[in-house]
Design a protein around this ligand. Structure first.
Ligand SMILES: C[S@@+](CC[C@H](N)C(=O)[O-])C[C@H]1O[C@@H](n2cnc3c(N)ncnc32)[C@H](O)[C@@H]1O
Length: 626
């Protein structure tokens, strides 16, 4: 990519038009030029106002043409391993976190801050009273940060575009939006109304929040990305409803669509640029914050060459807790002149990176990926004769399926309890025998995959019973991850990872097999209302129930489940091309919209491919196990 020194740098695009067409119309050029300077301005100004900041002379900001991925940080000279290349004192650089901005907001002055304060305090209170195993309130606190950004950006927009004094109210929002102005400018925002000459363009067209509903449904059909995208979009819908009164009050002179745009783009900014607060300052480290400059580092999970950490002297823990530490970026290896600096945003599978960051990392050699396998796949195919005579099958299938459906909560809890029991036994056995290989895999595996997670996907109603089930139902799935390679080559260490991944989820399938057996039995005995006995499932999962060989049933369930997933994800493999073809024939879209569609179609293929890769890999391994 091109890089020119600061004095004569060509300013291309900020993240706000990362993916938009390089062919800018003339009447948009002035506006874009303003945006084009935003990252460099921010870079220079941040360092100027933060006298204790440090930038190694061997690095500089790289602003590249939009098609090359926007801003990044470049080594302009060789840098040795373990060198600090950037160190920023949080106190001086204008970082944004919810707590500090809300703490200084005077009560009763501003309806948006008041509302966000209530939401924040509710989150904090429930976090404190949280029982073990309950979900954290991270989503809500992330939303509060979004609300703050949207509010400050709208205020900044009015302030910058010279609205009248009555429309730009003096107060905390105006002060903060001026203090953080350049940082806010470097985030995506699109408050203007579309006009025939200036169509509304998405500030971040690859982000799921900007896909159309039919794109989510058609292109992502069956993938985990679809579930995640639906969740994020539903969450945004909920907060918008909750926030609309306060936002309309504070920004009464703005159009509703402008407020909506600001909230949407603030969501993409927070999802794609915020950090977890590792200092634990904000209750268990669940709070998020935005830090300028450090947020210009792009992602590489396979070969990151830098990492960031809190930088404090001995005895400075109190400083970190109060959000006054330095954030330091250090090289992990020797970096050559001209190379870009990449950090790893954390181990996250393709669908997850896509839903936060709006891109799918390309696989260069091997990486951790995950997919889900249904716990109760195609239950009805298992052995219908056990529950009914052939001519009763369709009715009885329906009722057995209903039984699974109505026992959903109990089932999932029982499966998790069963897995805990099995893990305890395994842990005891491991301490006795001290398995070296197992412990190597344990330390290498990303923490997310070391715990078993059950999540819900939606599945369409079965064909036979569509009339009885005109609604999509939840399907409990187990998250399974393994290391996959860019090629088909399976190294022996990879094989070990696949095997461990299957071993990890086996207890869940033992429990599921036991549950299905119990439900069938109840059903056969005419007792369709009894719930499943968790204790029995736990015994089956841990193979304490010596009388039954649940392993065979469990392996069969996994195999069926993997097949089920492969068919669902593959089933719509043609969707992207059909859908793209419609763009020109049916929809007659303009060039930019077509380009965005192409981005989305490509992303969806990458997401599908990553999930299918995991599933095929595990299926092959299952065959060697059996
Ligand atoms: C924290 S920002 C990094 C700076 C960003 N490039 C910018 O222009 O401001 C994260 C965003 O950068 C882009 N990004 C980061 N790593 C990337 C990669 N490996 N490939 C493509 N885009 C990437 C994505 O748009 C992502 O949402």
């Amino acid at each position: 990519f091109s890089f020119s020194p600061p004095s004569q740098r060509t300013h291309y695009a900020s993240s706000s038009c990362l993916y938009s067409s390089p062919a800018v119309k003339e009447n948009e050029q002035h506006e874009n030029q303003q945006q084009q300077h935003s990252h460099s301005l921010l870079w220079e100004k941040t360092l100027e106002v933060a006298p204790d900041s440090y930038v190694n002379p061997a690095i500089d900001l790289a602003i590249r043409p939009p098609e090359k991925g926007g801003t990044g940080i470049l080594a302009v000279d060789d840098v040795k391993k373990d060198t600090i290349v950037l160190c920023l004192p949080l106190e001086q650089v204008g970082m944004i976190d919810a707590a500090s901005i809300l703490d200084s907001a005077p009560e009763g002055e501003d309806a948006v801050f008041d509302m966000l304060n209530v939401m924040w305090n509710k989150g904090v209170a429930s976090e404190k009273n949280k029982k073990k195993g309950e979900d954290t309130q991270e989503g809500e606190r992330l939303a509060v940060l979004v609300g703050i950004i949207a509010h400050l950006q709208l205020t900044r927009y009015k302030d910058k575009t010279a609205w009248t004094a009555t429309e730009v109210k003096e107060g905390h929002a105006l002060e903060e939006s001026r203090r953080l102005g350049l940082f806010l400018d470097a985030m995506p925002l699109l408050p203007q109304q579309p006009t025939p000459n200036n169509p509304l363009q998405h500030p971040f067209p690859t982000h799921f929040l900007y896909w159309d509903d039919d794109e989510i449904e058609q292109l992502l059909q069956g993938t985990m990305a679809q579930t995640k995208a639906r969740e994020v979009r539903a969450g945004v819908g909920l907060v918008i409803r909750e926030w609309s009164a306060a936002f309309l009050k504070e920004h009464s002179s703005m159009k509703q669509s402008e407020i909506l745009n600001a909230i949407f783009s603030a969501f993409t900014a927070v999802l794609s640029r915020s950090f977890g607060d590792e200092a634990g300052r904000d209750l268990d480290g669940a709070g998020r914050m935005l830090v300028p400059l450090v947020d210009m580092l792009n992602h590489d999970s396979e070969e990151p060459n830098v990492s960031w950490q809190w930088h404090v002297g001995e005895g400075d823990e109190e400083k970190i807790k109060a959000g006054r530490g330095d954030i330091a970026v250090t090289t992990l290896k020797d970096v050559k002149k001209g190379e870009e600096l990449y950090k790893c945003y954390g181990w996250r599978p393709a669908w997850d990176i896509a839903s936060s960051y709006g891109f799918v990392p390309r696989l260069k050699k091997e990486r951790w990926e995950c997919s889900v396998i249904p716990l109760f796949p195609a239950v009805l195919d298992l052995a219908p004769d056990v529950i009914a005579t052939p001519n009763q099958i369709s009715n009885d299938e329906t009722s057995l399926d209903l039984l699974l459906e109505s026992n959903y909560g109990v089932l999932v809890k029982a499966v998790l309890a069963a897995v805990d029991a099995a893990n305890e036994i395994e842990a005891r056995q491991n301490t006795d025998s001290g398995s070296e290989i197992a412990s190597k895999v344990k330390t290498d595996r990303p923490a997310q995959l070391d715990r078993l997670e059950v999540m819900s996907l939606f599945r369409p109603p079965p064909a036979l019973t569509a009339n009885d089930f005109p609604f999509a139902r939840r399907q409990p799935c187990v998250v399974v991850g393994t290391k996959i390679g860019a090629s088909d080559q399976i190294t022996s260490s990879n094989q070990q990872y696949h095997r461990e991944a299957l071993k990890k989820v086996l207890p869940a399938y033992r429990a599921a097999a036991s549950a299905i057996a119990q439900l069938r039995l109840n059903h056969k005995n005419g007792d369709s209302s009894s719930s499943i006995q968790a204790s029995q499932m736990a015994m089956a999962a841990a193979s304490l129930d010596k009388g039954t060989d649940w392993d065979e049933a469990a392996l069969k369930l996994i195999r069926l489940g993997i097949n089920d997933r492969i068919q669902t994800i593959k089933g719509d493999g043609k969707a992207a091309s059909t859908w793209l073809a419609q763009s020109t024939t049916v929809r007659r879209l303009d060039e930019i919209s077509l380009q965005h569609r192409q981005f989305r179609a490509d992303m969806s293929s990458d997401i599908r491919e990553a999930e299918l890769n995991v599933l095929h890999t595990l299926y092959n391994e299952l065959n060697t196990l059996a």
